[in-house]
Design a protein around this ligand. Structure first.
Ligand SMILES: Cc1ncc(COP(=O)(O)O)c(C=O)c1O
Length: 393
């Protein structure tokens, strides 16, 4: 059980706003703030390089914390600027050629699909979108049927940016493992709100961000790559951190996952990310997941009772992201009205998830994403505010 009063006391932002934009960037807890501000202060006092040297043990510890979070090893982790860069470093390391196929799902994130399209144009590789099951998740049976010798990558988003759907990552992993096909999981929206275990999922590469459900600082993210794959992946760009300049015409790429990093980094942010991961693990991922799911279902039920509201989430198992449309009021206008009442939400447009949104005839949704520090009382106030805005239309 989570001590909600305590986690709210430890979250300064709870005093100011109803924050239902956790899928955008969650409110940071005090230990994250302390880690970031403490290091920024040290940099100002003694110098940036000198502060990093002093924080060396803590910085190394961030790899260990992330490894424990996802049941991996520290040398399989790369710390990067965000989830997109993490995902890109894995994807652009793969060697795809004419006729090679990428299997993906309809909820895939725009940046990933843009990268598929770029590589398809460059190399003649092909993209296949696996059909959904009747609940709206990727159909694992259809995925299995599509496997043949040409499939060189399965790349799927675990939780999409635009809804409560949770794709069946472990079932996909079983198919990928059985056929020996690399499986790249975009876990940007899942890490931090639910237990994510790479051994159980059997993915080969996983990307995630710091600022969303992990509650870390902006400008942080990480990539995990299975150890047996690391040395087979040549990063799309290298620097003097990812590789060593060994002779006038030679260099050696690092053997660990830090080959996907580059030298300069947001050191305070990394320390904040480490603090966020430790905070999440101390709170307990199972407890976080149970509360997030319960709050989100409560929110869906309450919204469904508001006349004119249509909840749009897909999937049998649903997470903390709740999306809906309201008759007669655009998602943008509703979001503005809520902001005036210090309620944070976000809109999600077709430009982020075109395959899915166009299939459903949607172009803009309102996204209210809850975390474990939110409360039933906030949900009631949120629904009252939505109701009030709809009555005024
Ligand atoms: C599913 C998914 N993947 C990737 C990203 C990109 O994450 P970042 O902004 O940290 O690069 C997002 C961001 O919203 C996302 O929702």
């Amino acid at each position: 059980m989570i001590d909600v009063a305590r986690v709210r006391r430890e979250t300064p932002g709870c005093d100011n706003v109803i924050h239902f934009n956790n899928a955008g960037a969650a409110l940071q807890p005090q230990p994250v703030l302390d880690a970031v501000l403490g290091h920024l202060r040290l940099e100002a006092e003694i110098g940036g390089y000198e502060a990093a040297e002093r924080a060396e043990t803590a910085l190394e510890g961030v790899y260990g914390s992330l490894a424990r979070l996802i049941n991996a090893a520290p040398d399989e982790i790369a710390l990067v600027e965000n989830a997109t860069r993490a995902w890109d470093m894995a994807f652009y390391s793969l060697k795809l050629g004419p006729g090679d196929r990428i299997l993906t799902a309809s909820a895939e994130y725009a940046s990933n699909v843009i990268a598929f399209l770029q590589i398809a144009r460059r190399t003649g590789a092909e993209i296949t979108v696996v059909p959904n099951d009747e609940a709206g998740a990727i159909s694992v049976e259809a995925l299995e049927r599509l496997i043949d010798g040409r499939v060189k990558l399965i790349a799927v988003t675990h939780v999409p940016t635009n809804g409560g759907l949770v794709n069946p990552a472990a079932a996909i992993g079983r198919v990928a493992a059985r056929h020996g096909i690399p499986f790249l999981l975009d876990a940007c929206q899942s890490v931090g709100q639910m237990p994510v275990d790479v051994a159980e999922i059997q993915c080969d590469m996983l990307s995630a961000t710091g600022r969303k459900f992990l509650r870390g600082p902006r400008g942080t993210g990480f990539l995990w790559v299975r150890r047996s794959l690391i040395e087979r992946l040549e990063p799309p760009f290298l620097d003097l951190h990812a590789a060593r300049w060994t002779g006038a015409e030679s260099y050696e790429i690092r053997k660990d996952a830090r080959r996907f990093e580059n030298w300069e980094s947001y050191v305070a942010g990394r320390l904040g990310l480490g603090a966020a991961v430790e905070y999440a693990m101390a709170t307990g991922l199972d407890a976080i997941w149970a509360r997030v799911k319960a709050l989100a279902e409560h929110l869906r039920r309450s919204l469904a009772e508001v006349r004119g509201v249509a909840v749009r989430d897909l999937g049998r198992e649903r997470c903390g992201i709740v999306t809906f449309t309201a008759e007669g009021v655009s998602a943008a206008a509703l979001s503005e009205s809520l902001a005036a009442e210090k309620i944070n939400v976000k809109t999600s447009s077709i430009f982020s998830t075109r395959y899915d949104m166009s299939a459903r005839g949607l172009d803009l949704l309102l996204r209210a994403s809850v975390h474990y520090y939110n409360t039933e009382d906030e949900i009631a106030r949120f629904c009252a505010a939505v109701c009030k805005r709809l009555m005024a239309r």
